[in-house]
Design a protein around this ligand. Sequence first.
Ligand SMILES: Cc1ncc(COP(=O)(O)O)c(C=O)c1O
Length: 374
Amino acid sequence: MRYGFDGMRNGHWKAQELEKAITESFGVKYAQLTSSGTTALSTAMAVMGVGHGDEVIMPTFTFVASFEAIIAAGAIPVLVDIDDTLCLDPKAVEAAITPNTKMVMPVHMCGAMAQMDEIKAICEKHNLLLLEDACQAIGGTFNGEKLGAIGDGGTFSFDFVKTITCGEGGVFMTNNEEYHINADHYTDHGHDHIGQDRGAEAHPFLGYNFRISELHAAVGLGQIRKLDMILSTQRKNNAIIKNALEKVEGVTFRRIPDPAGENASFLSFFLPSEDLARKAHQELVANGLGGNFYWFDNNWHYIKKWDHLKNATSLYPLNTKLKDAIAAMDFNAFKQSDQFMGRNISSLINLSWTEEQAHERAEKMAQTIQSVLS
Ligand SMILES: Cc1ncc(COP(=O)(O)O)c(C=O)c1O
């Protein structure tokens, strides 16, 4: 238990230690650990005041948690196109703004960043909240600023497949003191954390149990010490694969707004057509090259397969504004996103490869793709 029980814990405060390490590593004033990246997003919605009837602009390519958190808040996810960065297209963001828009949520997908300068400028111009979902881009930067620390709020996931992990866990980061204090209370049933007796604490507002455990935080502490090593290994291995694929005519790469700042957990590239990308993906898998993802056909990450969102399939009644807004959305209107996602393959970068294994894999990938293209 991360709060209270002072007498029994022999001075161990793992969640607090990890929060301090996060503020120091990522250059934010405040960090609130949570039980997952998803609950970190839900915490962000609550403390940033996003709720019933508010619209949140988010990309068509992300993880389902992005719209889950918006819907859980009673707000309306407004999906807009991505571009060749595989992240929000700033033009599509601006075009989607209505008087009900409250927040823009760029998602830094697959280790690299959205165009934060343009997106931030749009938020400032229209007085909108900026929440970065940096769950997949821990340790990345944009023009020297850490991803997740640029907006009014930012989140990481520390689940089992992220750059660093707690097993399960997440964090909401901000420089806003009020958001932080409220996040500390909100993630613990609204407890005000005043005094030594949990039973006597007041509840200034409604909250939930989104707490991380001390055990998970302890794992995170071990992991955060390895972050620099993890990033440099990812960058080295990523460069080996990229060097080989660059030589294959017809392969182009995702545009990265600040190439020096990607965390390099994936190498994302395009083939000339959807058919060729699907074929190349099938061949890569058939040749034993797992870890290559064709997100376009994947149930988790792209709008095409989000039938439960499109049909607003819920176990409980959703609010009418949200239901009506989902019913009115044209989920076939994302030709630009289809055009990029249909041609994209994202290749996972492994930490455990030896240099020789990375070169072997790179050559095999290049040959496989070459054979599909020629
Ligand atoms: C972009 C993005 N946002 C949010 C999440 C949710 O994180 P968690 O699995 O910790 O709930 C994920 C997890 O995959 C993610 O990729």
